[in-house]
Design a protein around this ligand. Structure first.
Ligand SMILES: [Zn+2]
Length: 413
């Protein structure tokens, strides 16, 4: 119910069932000793998240549970059991669903309660097994909240967060699902470090928590409120397509003509009442941070240490990327505290990148100005659009304005 980060680096953004299966297969096939350790970690993760890992009969479907901010992702494969009885077939195709924590935790909890109190036993061994399950279940009920949170952020971040909260006299805000040991809404600071699996220093944890603290208690402008939403994640829709569609919708709502090439992102953020801070963190792995929603006034932090933000074009891209998070990545509690970096869920990051590209350089505006494809002309176009040269080349390719050969040529390879 609480662990989000994988034990390996995931660039696919696929749901846990697919991502874990691929990671296990990749690690087991390798003769590299480094991969053996990785296999062990991946298998441990699998044990904590896959229903099949707890199923001695090996007949249940390959279903995975994974925390995603304040949702639970349930995902499944259609792998058939190896030793199924005749005529036994799992019929569901692979897929996934995102549900509020309460909607998942409550029925699972009720099931455990029912199963351990009403189980009919036929032997002494059965009876003692059920008694053991019952006592495990009762022990689970008494799990301290800190142990639940630690699953989300890991011990070292948790202890740094505790120190930071104490130093800044910050409240620790979270909601449990009634008397079930499942956190329905995570504390905003905890949410920030959700998928983290890279080393981050205490000074950076403090800077991030201070940033959160500065924007606490504010409200957001009506105009921003009107365009925010939690778009349904469409199973069939690749994240970049979603990002493009959302960018076009937002451009439209803000009255930016489809064929306008340069978009003044800084001015737009000002109009939306979104504060911007440039901060130098010790780590270069954080690109930007977004805070907004219930209980916060909206703000973006740009990490000047990140290579992404080394020039104006890259910084503009980060601002548009974080705008996407502010608009569309809110939790059920209608808040967002998101750190953009290699550990953030790949699907969210891919969508925000596609949003940024399309928001800063719409398809129509590029198509209109694209006359001839050579490095000089594309460099000029990138300058006019205010986005980086290689970001533009990738974007032109992704929206089918140039083909494979042209992309290779422009990359100078
Ligand atoms: Zn991001």
């Amino acid at each position: 119910m609480h662990e989000q980060g994988y034990a390996w680096s995931d660039k696919s953004g696929e749901p846990a069932a697919a991502a874990t299966f691929v990671a296990l297969e990749r690690a087991i096939a390798s003769s590299d000793p480094h991969h053996l350790a990785l296999y062990k970690r991946t298998q441990d993760w699998w044990r904590r998240h896959s229903l099949r890992a707890a199923d001695a009969s090996a007949l249940y479907p390959d279903v995975y549970f994974r925390r995603m901010a304040d949702d639970i992702e349930i995902s499944w494969l259609d792998r058939q059991p190896s030793f199924a009885p005749d005529g036994f077939l799992l019929a569901l195709r692979p897929g996934y669903a995102l549900l509020p924590v309460r909607a998942v935790a409550e029925p699972l909890w009720q099931f455990l309660d029912w199963a351990t109190t009403t189980a009919i036993t036929q032997s002494e061994a059965d009876t003692s097994r059920v008694a053991l399950l019952r006592s495990d279940f009762l022990k689970l009920r008494r799990t301290p909240v800190s142990e639940l949170e630690v699953r989300h952020v890991g011990t070292s971040i948790q202890s740094m967060l505790t120190d930071a909260r104490r130093d800044m006299a910050l409240e620790h805000e979270l909601n449990l699902v009634d008397d079930i040991p499942a956190i329905e809404h995570l504390d905003a600071a905890v949410l920030m470090f959700g998928g983290i699996n890279v080393a981050i220093e205490e000074c950076d944890v403090n800077r991030l928590v201070q940033f959160l603290h500065r924007y606490r208690g504010g409200i957001e402008k009506g105009v921003l409120h009107e365009i925010t939403g939690n778009p349904e994640v469409e199973l069939w829709c690749p994240p970049y397509e979603e990002g493009y569609r959302l960018a076009e919708e937002v451009r439209d709502e803000l009255g930016i003509p489809a064929n306008q090439l340069f978009v003044d992102i800084q001015h737009i953020l000002d109009c939306l009442g979104i504060a911007i801070e440039d901060v130098e963190l010790a780590t270069d792995s954080v690109r930007g941070v977004a805070v907004a929603g219930s209980g916060f006034s909206p703000a973006i932090m740009v990490n000047t240490k990140s290579a992404f933000n080394a020039n104006t074009a890259g910084r503009r891209f980060t601002l548009a990327h974080e705008l996407c998070h502010i608009l569309f990545d809110r939790t059920h509690a209608r808040k967002i505290s998101h750190v953009s970096g290699p550990w953030a869920p790949a699907r969210t990051e891919k969508r925000a990148n596609a949003f940024a590209a399309m928001f800063l350089a719409s398809n129509a505006s590029l198509a209109k100005r694209l006359d001839g494809v050579d490095q000089v002309k594309i460099a000029q176009l990138a300058k006019e659009a205010g986005i980086g040269y290689s970001a533009l080349v990738e974007h032109l390719y992704n929206v089918d304005l140039i083909g494979d050969n042209e992309r290779e040529r422009l990359r100078g390879l």
